[in-house]
Design a protein around this ligand. Structure first.
Ligand SMILES: [Zn+2]
Length: 111
């Protein structure tokens, strides 16, 4: 689930695990999955985000769910919005400059 969390007058975007409810803080350790459709041409709107490991195994039929690693999903999202990668770096710098990201986020963006 994607949430806007307001704290101390600042809104942050937080992606939480749909299984345990905890924030997802490592896109390489999370997935997005959806129920398979028999119709090859379809639009999926019921996406589920969860941590890899214990959380993605809590749903009995998890093996039948198609999924992508979260970082690959995010890359596809960026591409589909027509945002070149160099613009993402610029947006992260702007968000940092106006205090929309914590120092940890800022440090992570330069790695
Ligand atoms: Zn979880």
């Amino acid at each position: 689930m994607i949430q806007l969390v307001h704290k101390d007058g600042v809104a942050s975007v937080v992606l939480t695990c749909d299984v345990c409810g905890e924030p997802i803080t490592d896109a390489g350790m999370a997935i997005v999955r959806w129920k398979r459709s028999k119709d090859l041409d379809n639009i999926v709107t019921d996406l589920e985000f969860c941590h890899k490991g214990a959380c993605d195994k809590q749903i009995e039929e998890y093996l039948r769910y198609p999924c992508w690693e979260l970082r690959h999903f995010l890359a596809r999202l960026v591409v589909s919005t027509g945002t070149p990668p160099e613009n993402i770096v610029e947006v992260i710098r702007e968000a940092s400059a106006i205090g929309l990201m914590s120092k940890t986020d800022e440090e992570a963006s330069t790695e």
